[in-house]
Design a protein around this ligand. Structure first.
Ligand SMILES: CC(C)(COP(=O)(O)OP(=O)(O)OC[C@H]1O[C@@H](n2cnc3c(N)ncnc32)[C@H](O)[C@@H]1OP(=O)(O)O)[C@@H](O)C(=O)NCCC(=O)NCCS
Length: 202
């Protein structure tokens, strides 16, 4: 992918108005990617309902956008009750845009959002033969604990720091100044004291 194209990619959290872009992104996934993403076969009806549910659920979804087209998505969804420390994460990148770092950028942002909301354990469906996702997760192994088994990856997120909070706030402000970026899922207020910086994951 030419670098000039990569430079045009914007990362931001999704707004409710991004529902059509999110749905189109999911529907564009081929059957194998759908199976890798959801851990099962997913037909169009399932994906349409899923996209609608996501917009109404308490998920934080980061998107990679090229102009108005969504080419990558990273979902962070709490598991269980309101003050749970566990969440599910999931990633998808449009086939033509893979292996150029978009998944890595989305993973870093999702990890930062998770730590800033005090999620400690993150689960990800990751089939044994999903080499790209396993390679991606391992990239972060120096900074976080990543445990991969046959079909699920467990990621232990570090504690939030002033720096991780500031970085997320700065990114959100940058998205807002470009006309986007209202974080519509504000359920997770700080629940733990802010820690001193201990990790290189910003
Ligand atoms: C997994 C996925 C999100 C990765 O997105 P991406 O934008 O291609 O990710 P990146 O480019 O940041 O990183 C991918 C890494 O995997 C590596 N990789 C790709 N294919 C590989 C293979 N067959 N074996 C080993 N490593 C591989 C790439 O080289 C790259 O590492 P590098 O940056 O060190 O070169 C994308 O492949 C995808 O959408 N897959 C379908 C859905 C899915 O599997 N989701 C994960 C489960 S929720």
């Amino acid at each position: 992918m030419p670098k000039t194209e990569l430079d045009r990619i914007a990362y931001r959290k999704l707004l409710p108005t991004d529902h059509p872009a999110f749905e189109a992104h999911l529907l564009a996934l081929d059957p194998e990617s759908r199976r890798a993403r959801f851990g099962m076969a997913a037909n169009d009806t399932f994906l349409e309902q899923y996209a609608t549910r996501c917009i109404t659920l308490n998920a934080i979804i980061h998107g990679a956008f090229l102009d108005n087209r969504m080419i990558g998505a990273a979902e962070l969804r709490p598991l269980g009750e309101l003050f749970t420390a566990e969440a599910e994460i999931a990633f998808s990148v449009e086939a033509d845009w893979r292996n150029c770092g978009i998944g890595t950028a989305l993973f870093a942002r999702t990890l930062r959002s998770a730590r800033n909301r005090s999620f400690v354990r993150l689960y990800m469906s990751c089939l044994r033969h999903n080499a790209p996702m396993r390679a991606l997760a391992r990239k972060f192994a120096a900074e976080i604990l990543v445990e991969l088994d046959e079909s699920v990856a467990l990621v232990e997120a570090p504690r939030r720091t002033i720096i991780s909070l500031l970085r997320e706030a700065i990114d959100d402000a940058a998205a807002r100044s470009s006309g986007h970026g209202w974080e519509w899922s504000r359920l997770w207020l700080p629940r733990r004291p802010v820690a001193r910086p201990v990790s290189r994951v910003g």
